[in-house]
Design a binder for this molecule. Structure first.
Ligand code: NAD
Ligand code: ZN
Length: 246
């Protein structure tokens, strides 16, 4: 199989860049068996994600929403990081400064070893108190339903459709994007406007931009290069071409 790569001059530019940023979406975890929202398998019991991942759905039927998250969390726990996640973790130790901004909540980047990581949509293994906002990891032995501090109901620590981003987190992501010399946009449909605008900010500031996705997206026309294919296959080869082939 022919895995796409970049011309030597672009590889050299990446090799000598000090600030590299990757933005990932659900597509990078697809090869680990975690369905994307918009692809096949994005349904659960005939519900679309957009019908369950909302504050309205949670106030109407918290048990149903929790049941869906318990099922998804179990899926994430059984999944393993794939070569795409592992390559990004390895990249961090090669570049002077490498940041990873992810829309994923599945914890696979953490398990792969990425440290400079911003999980802008939260994490499926964390609960948040609906009143005092206390955050707590979910133990493998089981999940609490009520806050240990104030006894109020707990919710998943996930940014649901229609909710506001954490402004401090957002600001630091835009700062990272704006000083990037290279921006990698991996496995995201770019349908969620905030992460797409982070990529656009880096492009506007002149970063070398590379999209890795089997499909074209609304960002494809704006980037310098589109590497079409699966990130678990492209990223290890890409990394080899940049750092290990000479
Ligand atoms: P999306 O479902 O809208 O799009 C996924 C993208 O990945 C598509 O463009 C698709 O072509 C691409 N893709 C599919 N297989 C791929 C592969 N093997 N390699 C590379 N790319 C591949 O996902 P999104 O843009 O992340 O937005 C959906 C929202 O849903 C996000 O905000 C995210 O928080 C959430 N979500 C998270 C997970 C997760 O944590 N794993 C899973 C589903 C959805
Ligand atoms: Zn509380």
């Amino acid at each position: 199989m022919n895995i796409p790569s970049l011309p030597p001059a672009a590889l050299e530019k990446i090799r000598s860049s000090k600030n590299i940023t990757a933005i990932t979406g659900a597509g990078i975890s697809q090869e680990s068996g975690i369905p994307t929202f918009r692809g096949a398998g994005g349904f659960w019991k005939n519900y679309k994600a957009e019908e369950l991942a909302t504050p309205e759905a949670f106030s109407k039927n918290p048990n149903l929403v929790w049941e869906w998250y318990d099922w998804r969390r179990d899926l994430c726990l059984k999944a393993e990081p794939n070569p795409g996640h592992l390559t990004l973790a390895k990249w961090e130790s090669h570049a002077t400064s490498f940041h990873l901004i992810t829309q994923n909540v599945d914890g696979l980047h953490v398990r792969a070893g990425s440290k400079q990581l911003k999980q802008i949509h939260g994490n499926i293994f964390t609960t948040r108190c609906t009143k005092c906002e206390d955050l707590r990891p979910i133990e493998t032995s089981g999940r609490d339903s009520f806050c240990r501090k104030c006894d109020s109901p707990l919710r998943p620590h996930i940014l649901w459709f229609g909710e506001m981003y954490d402004t401090t987190l957002l600001q630091s992501c835009y700062e990272i994007a704006s000083r990037s010399e290279v921006i990698l946009i991996i496995g995201t449909s770019a349908n969620v406007s905030v992460p797409a605008s982070m990529a656009e900010e880096a492009i506007r500031r002149g970063a070398l931009s590379i999209e890795i996705n089997p499909e074209t997206t609304s960002l494809s026309g704006s980037v310098d290069y589109c590497l079409q294919g699966k990130s678990g296959e492209i990223l290890p080869k890409f990394f080899y071409d940049i750092y290990e082939s000479k």
